[in-house]
Design a binder for this molecule. Structure first.
Ligand code: PEP
Ligand code: MN
Length: 330
């Protein structure tokens, strides 16, 4: 059961709801969304019998279905950005941080196109063990200083428990990659941090499995999760992965967590990125994460799927129209 308190519910009213739930032997988690305290009951609704919180003072509404992960639309504050609201969350940057010079040039370009969040991997879990593996802690430091120079926020992937402390120091958002979606220890560990988590969908994970992984993070106290659809494995080989546009709508029915789309990893090729990005916005995505490089041909890995900044600028121009049609801004 999820209980949404009124915006003006008093501390006393919130406590009496929590105490009542405690009398049934159940635990709770609390989050605040858009000024409402949301009380999420951990455990089965069966314990309540016929009781409901309907008539308790301060309660605005409740839902019984425990298949829903934070059903109220969640707005996640990161710096001055609000992810999940009417402004689309735009993230771009290289597949991997390659050098000080390149990441500063990238930050300058992002600042010019008004993209507030810079991505860039620094510990790359590539499919091939021989591909460029990233600059590790040095790369994170470069990402941070380039972002700071241009007033940007940062997101980078945490590949393991031993890299978490470093990532926490330099990143505003912690990314959990598709390959680690079900790394439960890692999910629990990021759940104990106070950083928002960008949770990629695993290549062979169902929407429910993906949401269960979000629950792992929430169960440790961190409900600031941004889901990211990045394509799943199908029989199709024309694209690197198959972007599951329907998943955006399917998640919407089950959770209020923001869902963004990474069209670059789904496409595998720059020319497919714009159509997928536009389709994602039209399907209701809360934002995009796009691979962008100052010179894709010279990129140290995954050159094919990275856009240059001229291409990214054009994409943003078209995206504004679709966003407008969806009642959103960019
Ligand atoms: C990435 O975004 O850099 C990445 C490796 O993505 P994924 O985990 O979705 O493959
Ligand atoms: Mn479930």
């Amino acid at each position: 059961m999820l209980i949404k308190m009124k915006r003006d519910a008093t501390g006393e009213q919130i406590s009496s709801v929590i105490n009542r739930i405690g009398e049934f032997g159940l635990g709770i988690r609390m989050t605040v969304s858009d000024g409402h305290t949301i009380i999420s009951v951990t455990g089965s609704d069966d314990h309540f019998g016929t009781w409901t919180p309907r008539n308790m003072p301060g309660v605005e509404s409740y839902v019984l279905d425990d298949e829903h992960v934070l059903p109220e639309k969640q707005i996640i504050d990161v710096g001055t950005e609000k992810i999940g609201g009417n402004k689309l969350c735009m993230i771009a940057g290289p597949y991997v941080v390659e050098s000080e010079e390149r990441i500063f040039a990238t930050a300058r370009e992002l600042h010019k196109c008004g993209i507030p969040i810079m991505r860039g991997g620094s510990y790359k879990p590539n499919t091939s063990p021989y591909a460029f593996k990233g600059l590790e802690a040095d790369g994170l430091r470069m990402l941070r200083s380039a972002a700071d120079q241009y007033g940007l926020l940062t997101v980078s992937e945490v590949v393991g428990l031993s890299e978490l402390a470093e990532a926490e120091k330099y990143c505003d958002i912690l990314q959990i990659g598709a390959r680690n979606m079900q790394n439960y220890r890692l999910l629990q560990a990021v759940g104990r941090t106070d950083k928002p988590v960008l949770l990629k969908r695993g290549v062979a994970a169902t929407v429910d499995e993906w949401l269960d992984c979000a629950e792992y993070i929430i169960s440790e106290g961190n409900s600031r999760i941004i889901l990211c659809e990045r394509g799943i494995r199908t029989f199709e080989t024309a694209t690197k992965n198959t972007l599951d546009i329907a998943a955006i709508a399917a998640v919407r029915e089950k959770s209020g967590l923001p869902v963004i789309v990474d069209p670059s990893r789904a496409a595998g090729h720059g020319r497919f990125v714009p159509p997928l990005a536009l389709a994602a916005i039209a399907a209701g995505a809360d934002g995009l994460m796009i691979d962008a490089h100052t010179n894709p041909a010279a990129a140290l890995s995954d050159c094919a799927q990275q856009l240059n900044f001229e291409q990214l600028g054009k994409l943003i121009d078209s995206a504004r129209y679709i966003a407008l049609a969806m009642g959103k801004t960019l």
